[in-house]
Design a protein around this ligand. Structure first.
Ligand code: DQA
Length: 150
């Protein structure tokens, strides 16, 4: 099974940006955490970070051709604005889980709207790096369960 992990704008600045909200660990540390988790769970993983909405849409579309089994996505600020990312997730029909490091529902009102939550199988927020682990394990179980029904 292969999972694509997509991180959106400004997440490459983890460790530098608002550490009181996002923590002191860097993006590189997040990637090692994800890779370690995937190794333990015997899941193949590809990670991508982009500050550009169109590049994220392209990556979601590419996942269809690459036969990706599940998508973990933290669209960052695009969570609250991007119909294009929502539509791309709908278009490819790949099970996706939305992750946010912070609890978006405990923050400013404009962060309470999440477009990807309309299609994602699960939304995880406020759990820091751990949220990505939970998302990977959820997708592994979800994909295994759905394969059994074929
Ligand atoms: C975020 C929350 C978003 O509101 C914000 O724009 C981000 C990161 C999070 O991981 O908590 O950039 O997605």
């Amino acid at each position: 099974m292969k999972v694509l992990v997509i991180n959106g704008p400004n997440l490459n600045f983890l460790g530098i940006r608002e550490p009181d909200i996002y923590g002191a660990q860097t993006y590189a540390q997040l990637i090692s955490f994800i890779e370690k988790t995937c190794k333990q769970e015997e899941v193949e993983v590809e990670c991508l970070q982009s500050n550009h909405e169109g590049a994220i849409v392209d990556a979601i579309q590419q996942a269809y051709f690459d036969h990706i089994d599940g998508i973990v996505i933290n669209p960052a600020a695009y969570t609250h604005t991007s119909v294009a990312i929502l539509d791309a997730l709908k278009a490819v029909s790949i099970p996706a889980v939305e992750v946010h490091l912070s609890d978006i529902y405990e923050r400013e009102a404009f962060r309470h709207i999440s477009y990807p939550s309309l299609i994602c199988k699960k939304s995880i927020y406020g759990k820091g790096f751990e949220g990505y682990r939970e998302a990977i394990i959820f997708l592994k179980e979800y994909v295994t369960k759905n394969q059994d029904t074929y």
